[in-house]
Design a protein around this ligand. Structure first.
Ligand SMILES: C[S@@+](CC[C@H](N)C(=O)[O-])C[C@H]1O[C@@H](n2cnc3c(N)ncnc32)[C@H](O)[C@@H]1O
Length: 81
């Protein structure tokens, strides 16, 4: 799971190392751009992509849903309520 995926620069780096990757961001346009960055690469590596527009905190996933969670270049600029 990559939190705050933006355009998917980090997500694209993760794709070769996993068979399933979740990418989430608070911004619908960021998630759309992430999809454009990642979908073709993911199909080349047989990696199933899942995209979510959602806030952190407030993720709609149970605890321990993911083996690895990354947050790359995020917190300082994040919009918390
Ligand atoms: C600097 S970008 C992250 C870059 C990204 N990790 C990459 O590799 O391309 C920060 C992102 O965090 C998102 N963001 C800000 N506040 C957030 C929040 N509360 N929950 C989820 N995403 C958030 C922004 O929409 C933005 O796309």
């Amino acid at each position: 799971m990559e939190l705050g995926c933006s355009r998917g620069l980090m997500a694209a780096h993760l794709i070769p190392y996993t068979k399933e990757l979740y990418a989430s961001d608070i911004s619908p346009s960021a998630v759309k751009a992430c999809k454009q960055t990642c979908d073709e690469l993911a199909s080349q590596h047989d990696c199933a992509m899942h995209y979510y527009v959602t806030t952190t905190p407030g993720l709609p996933f149970a605890e321990y849903s993911f083996e690895v969670v990354t947050l790359c270049d995020g917190l300082v600029g994040w919009w918390f309520s």
